[in-house]
Design a protein around this ligand. Sequence first.
Ligand code: HEC
Length: 102
Amino acid sequence: MKKLLMLTAATTTLLLAGCSRDYTPAAGATGEDIFKGACLECHEAIEGKDNVYYELANDKKNAEFFAKKISSGSLMMPKFPNITGDNLKAVSQYALEHSASK
Ligand code: HEC
């Protein structure tokens, strides 16, 4: 029983700790480059809408929301510790400009 508990704890830790990507933007990368390199794999365009990736409520439709999500991730989404500074601003802005209102 104790073994089972420890195994469960170890698996949970692995899942949470695994939620980080080491994607690093190339020098001079634009917001679009970073989005295509880091986000597109999971965030496809909304069906029927070209280049619109998110539908957000107005309180989330800002660059800070994107920046926070990219830096912190979530249970489901990896965080990107190597997207920082101007790169973080650029990709947040790009994603915001390609979002629709809910
Ligand atoms: C491995 C898959 C994966 C990658 C890569 C990924 N995401 Fe996500 N993202 C998710 C999942 C799953 C969710 C939904 C769960 C959640 O909100 O945490 C999500 C949610 C989000 C949300 C919240 C949307 C909402 O409706 O509240 C934003 C914003 C977001 N991602 C931005 C990004 C950006 C920008 C990048 C690239 C830097 C990125 N994601 C990369 C999987 C991913």
